[in-house]
Design a protein around this ligand. Structure first.
Ligand SMILES: [Zn+2]
Ligand SMILES: [Zn+2]
Length: 119
């Protein structure tokens, strides 16, 4: 299983906005960090917590549709469609965000998903 380090995920979370206060300062609750990859992030400003899913191998196995949807996403930097899904967060019931890295130019970007209703 390949999972990102906690500090790397914290650094990438600054690309998201808190569902409540719209700020972008988050930490991972270290007590929630377990091998299963279901972690908790907390907004430093308003203490809102939301789940972080670090185990994308398992996620893509159980959600095969996601792979097809990801193929439609182009890297905003080089426009190629060759990227890795690093982790995802569920900011609110309506907002889930994928964190991706382009395999071609190494650009890191996010993609909002509103298609989580099958979960
Ligand atoms: Zn907040
Ligand atoms: Zn790229």
């Amino acid at each position: 299983m390949t999972m990102m380090a906690v500090k790397d995920i914290e650094a990438r979370l600054t690309q998201a906005k808190c569902a409540i206060c719209k700020k972008s300062r988050f930490g991972i609750d270290s007590r929630s960090v377990k091998e299963d990859g279901d972690w908790k992030a907390i907004c430093i400003d308003c203490h809102y917590t939301f789940p972080v899913y670090a185990d994308m191998e398992f996620y893509l196995q159980t959600q095969p549709d996601v792979k097809y949807r990801l193929r439609d996403i182009a890297c905003p930097n080089c426009m190629k469609r060759d990227h890795s899904l690093n982790f995802r967060i569920v900011m609110s019931v309506r907002e889930s965000i994928y964190f991706l890295t382009c395999n071609s130019c190494q650009h890191q970007f996010t993609e909002q998903s509103s298609l989580e209703s099958f979960e």
